[in-house]
Design a protein around this ligand. Structure first.
Ligand code: SF4
Length: 424
């Protein structure tokens, strides 16, 4: 796909389901905890879920008619809190509104202990062909420490069901998430986590570093000195071990946090890393049609008010009523560098609105800032394409990004303002 044209046609959609059973101790997402017994259809939490789904359907109804979708992602929160028929109604609505392309990648995030085998068969009947399972750790001690609701026995069942569906070719792909750098984690423990993940035969893995976010239980415990985080040098050793074990098992690291066997990379996530267009629906969800990013209010009240004003004013494909912001060049570069193949700087510059000559001048000054990392081989270059080496470059990506942000801040004002900005 031509990167210059990529903004024109959003072909992806993200649906946000903001409910969880409980808030995990490290999580600061826009989620609504509904209790351990919550259920989409009956009993605790069902009224809240049903009223939210009405809003979500209303938002889909007023989206501009556009091209058929090629990737859809139902994320959260815990989308598996919804019943199969509630998920089916959302997908039917999306399909009626936009249409689905043949071979559309249809993904959902699910949590162990929030679905059973029958639900899984229901998801597959709806056409869901990619599932992301929030495992986080294979060990009860760490699951408890993180405030997760599921336990090892639940996730072993879930992995077995998904492996079975995948082997029987009812499911195209599935993935599991693990969190590394947990307090008390060491090399031996982490190696055993990775080996257990590989032994499930999962074809895709997402590995996230624990991040301590303000306002979370983990932040409180850290401030009280109740646990110590892993040191930078241990974190680096854990990362190098990860790359080694997964590469020996046939996985390619195609993005800083994602590893896949051949043919199993997520198409939907690539849309974000390419800063390509996508529709977003739901409380707190971000959409990015035509290169303009819009994040909806994170509270139910704020989202309801926003939706009502959009219904009144009409969602305008020209974005005049969207109050959306163009994705800045430095943001596009930051997410693009997460990919193994990196980014073509000159294509990005032209897409931003600089002409070739001006782009080359600015980009050469960026390359000068990056000279140290280029000389070390942590950042590599082919023509105007730059990419981080694996694993060393990916481990120091933050330092490369700091240099890039300093460069961006040093550019003349007319260079960093969005194209066609009224401020010019
Ligand atoms: S299940 Fe996921 S989204 Fe929900 S609280 Fe836990 S980490 Fe956050």
């Amino acid at each position: 796909m031509n990167e210059v044209e990529v903004f024109a046609n959003p072909r992806s959609a993200y649906l946000h389901i903001p409910f969880c059973h409980r808030r995990c101790f490290y999580c600061d997402f826009a989620v609504v905890p509904l209790g351990d017994k919550a259920n989409g259809e009956i009993g605790p939490g069902s009224a809240s879920i049903k009223s939210y789904l009405k809003l979500l359907h209303r938002e889909i109804s007023i989206a501009p008619k556009a091209k058929p979708l090629s990737t859809i992602y139902i994320g959260g929160g815990t989308p598996s809190l919804l019943s199969v028929s509630q998920l089916g109604a959302l997908l039917n609505h999306l399909e009626k509104h936009f249409g689905f392309q043949d071979g559309c990648e249809l993904s959902i995030e699910i949590d162990p202990a929030s679905f059973n085998y029958e639900d899984l068969l229901g998801y597959l009947d709806l056409g869901i062909n990619r599932i992301s399972l929030g495992v986080q750790s294979f060990e009860d001690h760490f699951l408890e420490l993180m405030g997760r609701r599921h336990r090892r026995s639940h996730l072993i069942d879930a992995c077995n069901w998904l492996t079975d569906a995948y082997r029987k070719k009812k499911l195209s792909s599935w993935s599991l998430d693990l969190i590394k750098n947990l307090p008390g984690q060491d090399l031996v423990h982490w190696e055993s986590q990775l080996m257990q993940a590989v032994e499930t035969s999962v074809p895709h893995l997402s590995i996230y570093d624990l991040s301590i976010e303000p306002g979370t239980v983990f932040a409180l415990r850290k401030n009280r000195g109740e646990f110590a985080l892993v040191t930078d040098s241990l974190s680096e050793e854990l990362s190098i071990k990860t790359s080694k074990i997964l590469s020996n098992a046939g996985f390619a690291r195609y993005e800083i946090s994602n590893y896949a066997l051949p043919g199993h990379a997520s198409r939907h996530n690539r849309v974000y890393w390419d800063s390509a267009g996508w529709w977003g629906f739901g409380q707190g969800a971000t959409s990015c049609p035509w290169g303009h990013r819009l994040t909806r209010p994170r509270t139910r009240e704020g989202y309801t008010n926003w939706l009502e004003s959009q219904e009144k004013n009409g969602l305008d494909p020209s974005l005049q009523s969207f109050n959306a912001k163009p994705i800045d060049f430095d943001d596009q570069l930051m997410v693009g560098l997460r990919k193994r193949e990196g980014v073509d700087l000159l294509l990005l510059a032209i897409r931003w609105g600089w002409d070739r000559k001006r782009g080359e001048v600015y980009l050469n000054s960026l390359l000068k800032k990056w000279q140290y990392w280029l000389d070390k081989g942590y950042l590599q270059r082919r023509g105007w394409r730059v990419f981080l080496s694996n694993p060393e470059g990916m481990e120091i990506s933050n330092q490369v990004l700091v240099e890039m942000f300093l460069w961006w801040d040093s550019l003349p004002r007319d260079a960093v303002l969005p194209p066609n900005s009224e401020e010019l």
